[in-house]
Design a protein around this ligand. Sequence first.
Ligand SMILES: [Zn+2]
Length: 173
Amino acid sequence: MIFSFAKPMTKHSIVGHLSDTSQALSIARLVVQYVSRHRQSTPWAAEAGGQLFGTLNATHVCVTEASGPYAGDERSRYRYRSDSAAAQRAIEDRHKRGLLYLGEWHTHAEDYPSASGLDDDAMRRLIASSQLNSNALLMMIVGRARSAAGLAVWSVSREATRRWTLSENPEGT
Ligand SMILES: [Zn+2]
């Protein structure tokens, strides 16, 4: 069999922009599929979540992998907290493969997710307590609506929480 062209390992299916920077966000199709499997589409489903990994440079944040949830997590309908030892193992494992820890994801039992005050606080505590090279982390919340409409992503730093404008990438479907 002859392949006429090489396909990329992952295709970016969601892209994001912030109003005040030229940096672009790409979320690989595999990541969207991974987190979508945990959408809280039944009335009894608990929140799920985990960590986000990928690459980062001045112009582009690329989310290429997601991990979690883990057996030791604290999970309920309206709360998620990663097992910190399992999260740390996931971060070290991805680091060995050259992937950076970029942030956290979790689900919400709402169609179009918004961040709660608790979510903001949790991210700020995480940034304050970690020895990260970067001073900002991604926070992705996965709602019940399918694809880009059901996803919300923020960049959280000590100074500010900014929401990315997301759209579906026509080249990544
Ligand atoms: Zn939340």
